[in-house]
Every structure is written in C-alpha cells, then in structure tokens.
Write a protein that binds this ligand. Structure first.
Ligand code: 1HE
Length: 258
C-alpha cells in the first residue's frame, strides 16, 4: 500500500475524510500522492459509508505536479495517464459515495479529481480552469471522459482553447458543482451531505454509483432492461424491505418541502 505524508485519512464515525495535505505546493498531485489516493480508496475500512475529499490550504488542488513532467516517451506518457485513470477509478467506482469539498483552485488534474467524485460542494472562493492547453499538454486523468458529462463538450473545449476560468457562481450554473456555499463552508456542508448519504441503503448508493452512469450511456431499450434488473436486486435487500415497512407503519420520515 502506498502512503504519502501528503494525504490524511480521518475517520469520523461512518464517514471518512480524505485530505490532501500538500498546501505548500497547492496540493499538486505528484505520483506518490496519486498512488496514495488509489490505495486509500482501495483499502477503506468496511465501516465507512461515505467519504469527503478536501484540500488543506487556500486551494483544493493545483492539478498535476508539473515538476514531475520529465522526458517521458509516448509509451511512458500513456502509462502515466493510465495510472491516474486507475487511481481515480478507485474513487468513482469504489464501494461508497464520495463528496468533494472544493475551494480556491480546482484546476487541471484537480478538476479531474473533483469530477471523479459523486457530489461536488464548492465555496465562494472556488474557481475552475483547465490550463493544460497553455502548458502544451492534454488532460490525462480522465477529464475528457468525465468533465464533458458535467459541463458539456463545448464548454470544456472553450476552457482548454482559451484558458477561460469559471468563478464559483458561474461554475455552479455550468454544473461543475451541485452546491454553492459561503467561503469557508464547503467542508462542513460536504460532511453534512456525506452523513445524509450514509443513511441510505448501501445497495441503493452502490446502484447510483455503478448502475446509473452505465444505464445513462445505454440505448434506451437496454437501459430500461438494466434498470429493471437493478431495481429488482436493490428492492430485494432486507434493509430495503425494512425501510418500506417502517414508512407504511408511520415510523419513517415523509418527503417534505425544502
Ligand atoms: C505547483 C503547482 C503544480 C503550484 N505543480 N508545483 N496545473 C497548473 O497549471 C496550475 C499551476 N498553479 C497555479 O496556477 C497556481 O499555483 C495556483 C493558482 C494553483 C495557486 O496560486 P498561488 O499564488 O496561491 O500559489 P503559487 O505561489 O503559484 O504556488 C505555491 C507553490 O506551489 C509554488 O512552489 P514554490 O516552491 O515556489 O513555493 C508553485 O510552484 C507550486 N505549485 N501549482 C507543481 N501544478 C493527469 S494530467 C493533469 C494535467 C494538469 O493538471 S495540467 C495543470 C497543472
């Protein structure tokens, strides 16, 4: 298992907080940190029902550690990108939902990391950019797959071609984040959301992480069929039956207006 002095795991009941602690380098992701992220998510304690990712210091994450870009040949460059893919897949396709608490710079690989999470909470200081275009490189951490699903191909193309930076408000409108909170409040809000998510039936959360994105990419006819299969499996869990029974007996909360 790879560990890194730049990554901290803090267990708070059934919530885990994974924190990037490389503030002096704006939480830039070097290889050691990417591998530590991979291993942390692969080895989460089974008691954990939801995770929050956060970054120390004034910025969530400055992306790839540019000091590590060496004279890689094409094959090595490809393998480096595949390493990021594998690590971020451990977040996106892990056992439990992950909520990103964003502030300051969420740029390049930092945005790729955020887009591998299931829910994003941004505070008012957050800004989003993809400076790869100006650095003469391309996204390599799954950004070209995940980011267009949030904001669309046209916005991502514009960001990379022109260096456009989105502030927190415009970013929320463009769908980078699902929640926008005052400066300094992202971590508390992300923890609140993670605690709420952790109360769901685990199989429902699992289906949301693993089935929904796949169904959304299937042709409708296949999607309806997969949905029926997953729906049958999820409702069969003892936990699900108990929850429905509790509602029918007036013991479970109703849906209320926010
Ligand atoms: C870094 C990095 C980094 C900061 N790699 N060292 N990402 C970028 O192109 C973003 C580059 N970073 C920035 O634009 C700025 O640093 C920030 C807007 C994020 C923050 O600015 P600021 O003024 O708060 O900090 P700073 O003074 O610029 O940086 C503090 C230190 O962090 C400084 O090092 P120092 O030794 O001089 O103190 C910086 O060099 C260092 N630092 N960002 C290495 N990214 C899988 S492919 C993904 C491809 C990408 O992610 S490309 C985008 C890379």
């Amino acid at each position: 298992m790879s560990t890194s002095a730049d990554l901290q795991l803090d267990l708070q009941g059934d919530i885990a907080i994974v924190r990037l602690t490389r503030a002096s380098k704006r939480n830039a992701l070097n290889d050691a940190l990417i591998l530590a992220l991979r291993d942390t998510f692969q080895n989460l304690p089974s008691s954990v029902r939801a995770v929050v990712i956060d970054g120390d210091g004034p910025h969530f994450c400055a992306g790839l550690d540019l000091s590590e870009i060496k004279e890689r040949d094409a094959g090595q460059g490809m393998m480096h990108s595949r390493m990021w893919h594998q690590a971020l897949a451990c977040i996106e396709q892990g056992p439990v939902p992950v909520v990103a608490a964003l502030h300051g710079a969420v740029v390049g690989g930092g945005l790729e990391l955020a887009s591998a999470c299931h829910i994003r909470v941004a505070d008012a200081s957050t800004f989003y950019a993809l400076p790869e275009g100006s650095r003469g490189i391309f996204v390599g951490g799954g950004g070209s797959v995940r980011i267009p699903k949030l904001i669309g191909v046209a916005r991502m193309t514009d960001m990379m071609m022109t260096g456009r930076v989105y502030n927190a408000e415009d970013g929320e409108r463009a769908n980078f984040a699902q929640y926008l909170v005052p400066e300094g409040a992202a971590l508390d809000k992300a923890i609140e959301i993670a605690r709420r998510v952790a109360t769901n039936a685990p199989l429902t959360n699992y289906a949301l992480m693993h089935a929904l994105p796949r169904i959304a990419e299937q042709p409708a006819d296949h999607g309806f069929f997969t949905e029926a299969l997953i729906s049958g499996i999820v409702q069969d869990a003892p936990d699900a039956k108990e929850r429905v029974r509790a509602f029918l007996e007036g013991k479970a909360g109703k849906v209320t207006k926010s």
